[in-house]
Every structure is written in C-alpha cells, then in structure tokens.
Ligand binder design. Structure first.
Ligand code: SAH
Ligand code: SF4
Length: 340
C-alpha cells in the first residue's frame, strides 16, 4: 500500500477515479502543511476521505527498535523499509532547536574505514518518500512532547549525493525551509556542482577529515576520484552561488589526523575562507583500527586550528549510549541477530 507522500501513486489514484484537479490540489495543500491524516482534511467529502484512508498507509516505515540516550534528549529509531532493509534516524533535542539526523541509503558505497555504515555491504537507495517519512515520524513523536522538528541533517546512513534525485526531492518535500537542512557529503564533485544550481539554499557540509590527498585517499576513498582541490573548489562555487557558508567536518582519529601537521595543512587548504570547521571526536566503531582522542587532545587540536585563522567548534558527542554516530544502532542490532 502506498503512503500519501508517494505523490505519483496519489495522483494516479485520484486520476483513476476521475476526480477534478482541484481535489488533488486540496490534498497536496494538506500534505504540504504537514497533515497526513486524510480524516483531518475537512474540505474533502467524507466518503472520499474514508476511501483515501483505506487506500494509503500513514508511513512506509515500520519501527523496529527505539533507543534513548542523554537522559531523554536523544532518541534513535531503527526502521524497517519495504523489502526488509533497515535504516536509522536520530532525534537530538537542544535548548533552542530539535535536529533530526536522517538516512538516505541502506549502507554506503563510499566505504570510509572508520564509519560503521561504510563497513557493511551496500543495500539500496531510499526513495524520496522514505526519507521524508523519517522526518514525519520524528515530527509525530515531538508533537506529543509539545515540540517540533526544526532542522534536518543528512548525516545518517548513506552518501546523500550518491542518491541525488531522491535527496533533492526529499528536501523539496520537507515542510521546513532548505536553510534548516544540511546535506553532508564525502565530496561527489559533479553532484555538488549540480546541487548549486537547484535553487535550494541548503547548508553544504563537506566531510574533509584530512587536508592532504595521501591521507584523505585512505580515510575517504572517493578522494582518489575527486581529490581535495576539486572538492574545495566545488564547495567554494556552491558558497558563491547560494550565498551559504559551507561547513567542513573533521572526525578526530587519535594519532591519525589530530596532529599539529594536520592543523597546519587544514589552515593552508582553507585559509582565507568563510568556512566553518566542525571537529567531531571519533565515536569508536568495533572492527576499525581507530581510537578517539582524549578530550585534552581534542581541545589542543581545536586551538591549533583556530590559530590558523579558521572558525572551529567541537561537536558534542550526542547519542554515544544510543549507538550514534549513525549506522551504529543498526550495526549492533545486526550483530545481535547474527549471534542468536
Ligand atoms: N555520507 C555522508 C553523510 C553521512 S556521515 C558523509 O560522509 O558526509 C555524516 C558524518 O559523520 C560524516 O562527516 C562522517 O564522516 C561522520 N562519521 C562517520 N562515522 C563516524 C564515527 N564513528 N564517529 C564520528 N563521526 C563519524
Ligand atoms: Fe559513507 Fe559517509 Fe560513512 Fe563515508 S562516512 S562510509 S561517505 S556514510
């Protein structure tokens, strides 16, 4: 059964019944305002509402596991998709905003060696409505707490720009301004260029993690195809075209990319830009050779990056106990299933 957000299915359903075009406009109007329950669409005839409610299911996602952390501030949900694959999304509640970390693919074809998602096999791309349903479900949970979703970050499972069309459709299908949406990428240069021309002022986050090609080739293997200079060039062009400041992500791996040499190389690469660097202490992943640096080393690296004239903040390690970073709850559930 399709969901109402599967718009081609909805249009087909309405057309099959020969309903006038303004009915489709009415339904889309409600969906656009975040109302998915047909019974609440009170400008439609009652009979039509009931028929719609019987033909569409509220979400394409089935909740499998919910895990809470940070004394209820973080909620991580593992969903089953049609066909049986699983993906996860994480709600992070802050004093002035609520951010959802969302998945765009089952697994990830990029295969970064420190990332839980990158370790497993690639499953499939998510459809746009499966991406939007993650946000819908989060909004439903939050509404029950008197809260609302304010931001969405594509920092869950998958490389969003490797599922380009669905991700762009999903951003358009979200009810919040694109300014509140962050698309994080390992650096698919042609797609960054394409995104710059969509007229969607999202925040672009580049997962840099190394500022010399030799190291980035290992940490972010797509670098062998699109090396640093081309990624930073595409990010600059995106910034100019959209007027949005680009941010750079840097996962801190002890002894690997947290040395004074790395800070100096980062300064040389990004010097003179209005860039923002997010330093993310590594969230340990079993089966990888990497370690998280001590908090003192994190602070030292942040100071060294700022000494390069860059704007840098250390991201809090939200959701550690909920198996965040993204990909980790799913990895744990798969491990437990294999052990049984
Ligand atoms: N594929 C995209 C978006 C998803 S990953 C990308 O790589 O940008 C979102 C961010 O989480 C990336 O910056 C990624 O490098 C980081 N990340 C992945 N595994 C992590 C871990 N174990 N600890 C901390 N950050 C991690
Ligand atoms: Fe994919 Fe991002 Fe993980 Fe790399 S860090 S494997 S690009 S999800």
């Amino acid at each position: 059964m399709p969901t109402p957000l599967d718009l081609p299915a909805l249009d087909g359903w309405l057309a099959e019944r020969g309903l006038p075009a303004y009915r489709a406009r009415q339904v889309r109007g409600w969906l656009g305002r975040g109302v998915l329950e047909f019974t609440a669409m009170d400008d439609l005839p009652r009979g039509l509402r009931e028929e719609l409610a019987a033909s569409f299911r509220p979400s394409s996602l089935r909740e499998l596991v919910v895990s809470e952390a940070d004394r209820g501030l973080t909620t991580k949900v593992l969903y089953e998709l049609d066909g049986g694959f699983t993906v996860e999304a994480v709600i992070m509640r802050y004093p002035a905003r609520v951010t959802l970390c969302i998945s765009s693919q089952v697994g990830c074809p990029i295969g970064c060696p420190f990332c839980a998602t990158g370790q497993g096999p690639f499953g499939r791309n998510l459809e746009a409505h499966e991406i939007v349903d993650q946000a819908r479900d989060a909004e439903r949970r939050l509404r029950a707490e008197g809260k609302h979703l304010s931001n969405v970050v594509f920092m869950g499972m998958g490389e969003p720009l490797a599922n380009y069309a669905a991700v762009v459709d999903a951003v358009r299908g979200l009810w919040m301004s694109p300014r509140r949406v962050t698309v994080s990428t390992s650096g698919l240069v042609p797609r960054i260029e394409q995104l710059a021309g969509e007229g969607l002022p999202v925040t672009l986050a580049i997962s840099l993690h190394a500022a010399r090609d030799e190291l980035r080739d290992v940490l972010v293997p797509i670098n062998r195809k699109y090396p640093l200079a081309s990624v930073v060039g595409a990010a600059d062009a995106f910034g100019r075209r959209t007027g949005r400041r680009v941010s750079y992500e840097w996962v801190l791996l002890a002894g690997v990319n947290d040395t004074p040499r790395d800070a100096a190389e980062l300064g040389a690469l990004l010097g003179g830009r209005l860039a923002h660097v997010n330093l993310i202490p590594f969230n340990p992943v079993d089966g990888t050779p990497y370690r998280a640096p001590e908090p003192r080393e994190v602070r030292r690296f942040a100071v060294q990056v700022r000494e390069q004239g860059l704007n840098a903040t250390v991201r809090d390690t939200r959701g550690r106990e909920a198996d965040a970073a993204c990909g980790q709850l799913r990895a744990r559930v798969l491990r437990e299933a294999a052990a049984r």
